[in-house]
Design a protein around this ligand. Structure first.
Ligand code: UDP
Ligand code: MG
Length: 317
C-alpha cells in the first residue's frame, strides 16, 4: 500500500463526506493504493455514523472511535498504530488542508529521501489571534529543537516515512512538536513544503484561547528536558546541586574564618549568626542538597522505568 491518510476529528460531521470524496479523487487520479484512517476523538455529533456509512461502501476506510475526547495527539497515535502504507499522511478533517498536496508530499518522501515533510501554511486563513501566537511559538520551537528549517511546526498536513510514525510516541499535546519527536528518535531528514490553506468551511476551531499558549510552551520545556536529561537526570540536578552546595560551603567557611581571625587579633567581631551571609550560605547548602537528592531520586525512577532500555533500533537482521 502506498499511502495511509490519518485524519483525527472531533465534531466535524459536515466535512467528512466531502473530504473523503476529495481524497479519493486525488488518489485515483494518481493511481495510488491507499487507506483513510478516520480517528473519531469522542465526537458528540454524528461524525461516527457518517464514518460507518462511508465505510459500508468503501473498503479502503478504517475507523477508530474513542469513547471520549482525548485530544489530537492520542488520536494521531492510535491512527499511526493502524497505518499500513509506506508513506503516512496526517491531515485535519476540517478541509483547511488540501488533499491536492498529497502527491507532492509523497514524492518528497519516496524520491527525495526525506523522513518527514511538514506543510507550511505560508498564507494562512485564520484570525490574527491564532496567527500571531503561532509566529512566536514557531520561533521558540525552532531554537529549542534545533530544527532550523521549519516555519510551521504545528501544520496538520504532514507526511512521514512509515518507520517514523511507528517509532515516535505522540502523547499529551505533543502533536505540536512531532518534528522534534522525530528528530529525537534519530530521523534527521526533515523537510518542508509550502501548502495551500483554506478558511474553515464548517464548524469552529477546537484550539482557541490561552490554554493553547501556556500548555504549548510547557510541553516544549518537558520535551527539551526529556530529550536532554530524561535518562540521566543526575547530570542536571547533580551539577546544579553540587554548584549550589560548594558555593554555600565556601561562603560559610569565609564567614566563620573571618570571625575567628578577628577574635584572635582582638578586633571587633560579630556572631556568625548575625551575618546575613551566613543565612545565604545556609540556604544555598540546603537547596544544593535537595537538588542533589532530587537527582538521585530521578535516577532511581529512570532505572525502574520500562522505557529505560527503549532505544531506537532501526533494523535487525
Ligand atoms: N481535533 C481532534 N481532537 C481534539 C481537537 C481537535 O481530533 O480534541 C481535530 C479536529 O477535528 C481537526 C484537527 O484536530 O480535524 C485540527 O483542529 P482545528 O481545525 O480545530 O484546529 P485549528 O486548525 O483551528 O488549529
Ligand atoms: Mg483547522
Amino acid at each position: 500500500m502506498d499511502l495511509s491518510i490519518v485524519v483525527p476529528l472531533y465534531n466535524e460531521e459536515e466535512s467528512i463526506p466531502e473530504l473523503y470524496q476529495w481524497i479519493d479523487r486525488v488518489m485515483k487520479e494518481n493511481n495510488f493504493t491507499y487507506e483513510v484512517i478516520f480517528v473519531n476523538d469522542g465526537s458528540t455529533d454524528r461524525s461516527w455514523e457518517i464514518i460507518e456509512r462511508l465505510k459500508d461502501n468503501n473498503s479502503n476506510i478504517k475507523g477508530i472511535k474513542f469513547r471520549r475526547n482525548y485530544g489530537k495527539s492520542p488520536a494521531l497515535f492510535c491512527g499511526f498504530e493502524q497505518a499500513e502504507g509506506d508513506v503516512v499522511i496526517t491531515m485535519d478533517a476540517d478541509m483547511q488542508d488540501s488533499p491536492d498536496e498529497i502527491p507532492g508530499l509523497y514524492q518528497m518522501i519516496t524520491s527525495e529521501g526525506y523522513d518527514m515533510v511538514s506543510g507550511w501554511k505560508k498564507k494562512r486563513y485564520d484570525p490574527l489571534s491564532k496567527t500571531l501566537p503561532t509566529k512566536l511559538f514557531n520561533a521558540t520551537a525552532r531554537r529549542v529543537s534545533g530544527i532550523k528549517n521549519l516555519h510551521d511546526f504545528n501544520c496538520g498536513l504532514k507526511a512521514y516515512r512509515k518507520d517514523v510514525v511507528k517509532n515516535i510516541e505522540v502523547y499529551g499535546e505533543m502533536h505540536r512538536y512531532i518534528p522534534y519527536l522525530a528528530k529525537n528518535a534519530g530521523f534527521n531528514r526533515i523537510g518542508e513544503k509550502i501548502v495551500q490553506h483554506q478558511a474553515r468551511k464548517f464548524g469552529t476551531t477546537k484550539f482557541g484561547g490561552w490554554n493553547r499558549f501556556f500548555n504549548g510552551y510547557l510541553d516544549l520545556l518537558s520535551l527539551w528536558f526529556l530529550s536532554r536529561f530524561g535518562i540521566k537526570p543526575m547530570h542536571f540536578f547533580g551539577l546544579l546541586g553540587s554548584l549550589m552546595f560548594i558555593f554555600g560551603f565556601i561562603a560559610v567557611i569565609i564567614v566563620g574564618a573571618t570571625k575567628l581571625y578577628n577574635m584572635y587579633n582582638g578586633m571587633p567581631y560579630r556572631l556568625v549568626t548575625d551575618s546575613p551571609y551566613f543565612y545565604l550560605s545556609l540556604t544555598a547548602m540546603i537547596i544544593g542538597t535537595q537538588l542533589f537528592l532530587t537527582g538521585f531520586i530521578g535516577e532511581l525512577i529512570a532505572r525502574n522505568s520500562t522505557e529505560r532500555n527503549n532505544y531506537q533500533i532501526e533494523k535487525v537482521i
